[in-house]
Design a protein around this ligand. Structure first.
Ligand code: EPZ
Length: 420
């Protein structure tokens, strides 16, 4: 297994290019199931989760290529409709094939994704919505067995909680359903917006894109012709590198990012005393020697993203004062805290609230990644810690960051990937 070795207290300087968004790519790859043509997706990040979903679609019969940052995928040849446990267990976002497979074939079996490190991750809202659209859903032997032999029909769906992949699943199912589907309390994340925009460009009538109320007029089951499109930048990768600039007190630029997707993250960094120079092509963080403490409550978009919570816990260890960070979306998303404490961080956890007292001098240590964003928080801590930090189990990191060590090396970080 690989691990990352970081020698801390190195200033950074230069520009990091942001890759395409993992969480936009995944639903758009699942969307290929609705296409009658081979579709081309540009600016796709080389991360493990993308390769996992491509493998799943390949197992169903799709053909694809993934060269440089471009995926070409032809799902018109799919003939199987069972997403098996061996793949789904490695990446719960595989549940994104449920809606498209059901809409196109009228039946499918998808392994229950199960929980993951950060929480139980139920899919009850996905299933309830599909039942409202006429599907029969049975849970048997760890699989969701869904069927809609007469096809899906439009329905009025109210999500009890905002769910990103739940919204994506229903939007894709609704595209081929008979009649109109309304989704109340829809997710507004940029990744969901892009999925809706690509479907709309492919002839699906969708209203309310980017709002909490979506109306999708289904075409009754006709496969779509989908033109090439380019994946939006990864706002969480971008936010992570802005935090790298802040935590090392380095002026750092990122390119190919979309500042409009980062408003709540930039606002919090400004609250902490950082400034920004934003042009059409770059976002530059101008750091401060004296970071101020911060109060954060994670929310659905456009609120502060839960996927940036771990990175800000690491950053808050360098702020002068007491920061309070509350995690509202997931029940177990503070596993980075114990690892940061081993590096000398002063953090107390009370339920889903982390209280971080800074400024503390962090010391390099052997630490263990537990989930995707916790991994990046440990890297950030390693960048500012005194001495050597070895981050183990970075297969978690490789799920969502494209060449993180290469990008950090390119701006001067002393970081390398080694074998255990
Ligand atoms: C997406 O996960 C992202 N993953 C996550 O990013 C992100 O943290 C999360 O949205 C929240 O923004 C992808 O897009 C692939 P949810 P998702 O359904 O869709 C509850 C990363 O780091 N819920 O929006 O699985 C759920 O338990 C990953 O890239 C139900 O109760 O999250 C949670 O409390 C981690 N029932 C809340 O809703 C359901 O049926 C939000 O979950 C579905 C969700």
């Amino acid at each position: 297994m690989d691990f990352l070795r970081i020698l801390g207290q190195q200033k950074l300087d230069g520009t990091i290019k942001i890759s395409g968004a993992k969480n936009a790519s995944l639903p758009l790859i699942a969307m290929s199931i609705l296409a009658k043509n081979r579709i081309t997706m540009k600016n796709v990040p080389h991360v493990a989760d993308i390769k996992t979903l491509l493998k799943l679609l390949g197992n169903l019969g799709a053909t694809y290529s993934f060269e440089d940052e471009t995926i070409q995928i032809d799902a018109s040849s799919i003939e199987k409709t069972t997403a098996t446990y061996d793949i789904v267990k490695t990446m719960r976002a595989s549940i994104l094939v449920l809606g498209p497979l059901l809409a196109r074939f009228g039946h499918c079996e998808v392994s229950l994704p199960g929980g993951c490190a950060i929480g139980q991750r139920p899919i009850d809202l996905h299933l309830k919505a599909l039942e409202l659209m006429g599907a029969t859903i049975e849970i048997k032997a760890g699989y969701v067995k869904a069927s809609a032999p007469q096809g899906l029909k439009g329905a009025h769906i109210i999500f009890d909680k905002i769910t990103v992949t739940g919204t994506a699943n229903v939007v894709m199912a609704a595209a081929l359903a008979k009649g109109e589907t309304q989704i109340v309390n829809a997710a507004k994340e940029p990744e969901v917006v892009q999925l809706c925009e690509v479907l709309q460009k492919s002839g699906v009538e969708i209203e309310g894109i980017g709002t909490a109320m979506l109306r999708i007029k289904g075409n009754g089951g006709e496969l779509l012709h989908i033109d090439p499109f380019t994946i939006i930048p990864d706002r969480i990768e971008a936010g992570t590198y802005l935090c790298a600039g802040a935590i090392t007190n380095s002026r750092l630029s990122i390119s190919f990012a979309d500042a409009s997707h980062l408003e709540s993250v930039i606002a919090k960094l400004e609250e902490m005393g950082c400034c920004f120079e934003i042009t059409q092509y770059t976002i530059t963080i101008v750091p401060t020697e004296n970071l101020r403490p911060v109060r954060i409550v994670t929310q659905e978009y456009p609120g502060f993203p839960t996927d940036m919570q771990a990175q800000f816990v690491a950053l808050a260890t360098q702020a002068n004062g007491v920061s309070v960070i509350e995690e509202k979306l997931f029940e177990n998303r503070f596993m980075h805290v114990s690892e940061l404490q081993r590096m000398g961080a002063s953090i107390t956890l009370n339920g889903n609230v982390a209280t971080v007292t800074g400024k503390t001098k962090l010391s390099g240590a052997d630490v263990m990644a537990t989930d995707l964003r916790a991994s990046s928080a440990l890297v950030l801590a390693g960048l500012v810690a005194e001495g050597k930090t070895d981050v183990h189990r970075i297969y978690h990191l490789d799920r969502g960051y494209d060449n993180l060590e290469g990008k950090l090396q390119s701006v001067g970080a002393k970081i390398e990937r080694l074998k255990e």
